[in-house]
Design a protein around this ligand. Structure first.
Ligand code: AMP
Ligand code: GLY
Length: 429
């Protein structure tokens, strides 16, 4: 098989890496790819916000399967476009990707289908926000309707702050685009988990759960990011709870989308808060998570990813039973100075070879480029370092030992990925 992967981050590096382990895969092309992906796939430049550009690449390459990593191509309708050309594509069509690309659509869909989610109000003007705030108690969560690369959610300690945050979203001061709809939402407390299921539009296949560390600073401080690290263990989600989530969340979403004639295929990422009143959906994504994918995929036995992707495209994920290694994984992101705000790039990265020699360690590139044959930084998140082992402590030790060998100007990373779980495990033993 020849496979085309769209995207160029750590998630796509992990996808390419896992696909490369299948003997049926003869060639992988990645558009645009990055400095690390280039070692495993032929990288082809593409603008990920240009539908015509991506379609041209796919038509020129004629892959047997296209896998779409990021949300923007999905929201533009790349899947619709490629399917119209008779191509096999893994990912949801544009109308189904609205579960991620419009938070208002997702909230209203959940309400229609009785899927547990936080109480909320949709506001279409700043005045409506001010009126609705009367019914909310701080902390108040303010969410932009559209895609915002993980930066469209503000948790506000007071009504005044919420009012200001919503005002910035409407005016366009937050991320350069003025929102026409803003959601106010009840603040939920609990452990957050990322639970991804692969689906063919009818059946579903759950992946191992992960926990993402969204805040930039240790102890969950500072602004939200795309994700500063993640870990994946079976303890995050007991089988009985997983069955509950299938019955009350994932299957109703898939059935509801099919009933509304926008069947959802690909990966449904359920961002869940495990609250005192039970699991509640915070958000859906229409794709693999980043950095969750860098923690989840290395736990799969070689070849399993391709089997599952093919089954999803061919409408038979119910026939797949994934085989997992007896190992857990911890992924830590090494980020550029200033991330999640603007960063400077082009700094030399050193220590990769030594870091990669650490046992049980795989390094995925999130934002790197090759300049005169040397790797340099090329984004906010630069490297995703995954440590694998039988125990969480050892997986952590391995990831951090590798990080200790890596260097680039301004590099920073959180030192507390998976620490809460380790502490809880110690207290329970
Ligand atoms: P979202 O993009 O909706 O997942 O929001 C980004 C992050 O904000 C989530 O991963 C949570 O950490 C946090 N968040 C979102 N909604 C809520 C909520 N209702 N209560 C508490 N935290 C939230
Ligand atoms: N790590 C969160 C996301 O992929 O959206």
């Amino acid at each position: 098989m020849k496979i085309l992967v769209i995207g160029g981050g750590g998630r796509e590096h992990a996808l390419v890496w896992a696909l490369r382990q299948s003997p049926q895969v003869q060639e992988v092309v990645c558009a645009p790819g990055n400095g690390g992906i280039a070692a495993l796939a032929r990288c082809v430049p593409v603008r990920q916000n240009e539908l015509g550009d991506m379609t041209r690449v796919a038509l020129a390459e004629q892959p047997d399967l296209t896998v779409i990593g990021p949300e923007v191509p999905l929201s533009l309708g790349l899947v619709d476009e490629l399917r119209a050309h008779g191509m096999r594509v893994f990912g949801p069509a544009r109308d189904a990707a609205k579960l991620e690309s419009s938070k208002v659509f997702a909230k209203e869909f959940m309400q229609r289908h009785q899927i547990p989610t936080a109480h909320y109000a949709v506001c279409r003007s700043h005045q409506e926000v001010q009126d609705a705030l009367e019914y909310f108690h701080p902390p108040i969560v303010v969410k932009a309707d559209g895609l915002a690369a993980g930066k469209g959610v503000v948790i506000c300690a007071s009504k005044e702050e919420a009012d200001e945050a919503a005002g910035r979203m409407f005016s366009g001061a937050s991320f350069g685009r003025s929102e026409s709809q803003v959601i106010l939402e009840e603040f939920l407390e609990g452990e957050e988990i990322s639970w991804l299921v692969m689906t063919d539009g009818k059946h579903l296949l759950p992946l191992a759960a992960a926990q993402d560390y969204k805040r930039v600073g240790e102890g969950d401080t500072g602004p939200n990011t795309g994700g500063m690290g993640a870990y994946s263990t079976d303890q995050l989600l007991e089988p009985a709870m997983r069955d509950w989530l299938v019955a009350h969340i994932a299957q109703p979403v898939i059935d509801g989308m099919a009933a509304e004639e926008t069947p959802f295929t690909g990966v449904l990422y359920c961002g869940l808060m495990m609250t005192a009143r039970g699991p509640v959906v915070l958000e859906f994504n229409a794709r693999f998570g980043d950095p969750e994918t860098e923690a989840i995929l290395p736990r799969l036995e070689p070849g399993e990813l391709l089997t599952a992707l093919n089954a999803a495209v061919d409408g038979r994920v119910d026939q797949v039973e994934l085989k997992w290694k007896k190992a857990v994984a911890v992924t830590v992101i090494a980020a550029s100075e200033g991330y999640p705000a603007s960063v400077s790039t082009g700094h030399a990265i050193t220590g990769l070879d030594e870091a990669a020699k650490e046992p049980g360690v795989t390094i995925f590139h999130s934002g790197t480029a090759l300049r005169d044959g040397n790797l340099v930084t090329a984004g906010g998140r630069v490297l995703a370092v995954t440590g694998m082992a039988e125990t969480l402590q050892q997986a952590c030790d391995r990831a951090y030992a590798a990080l200790g060998k890596l260097r680039f100007d301004g590099m920073h990373y959180r030192r507390d990925i998976a620490q809460r779980a380790l502490k809880a495990a110690k207290e329970n033993s």
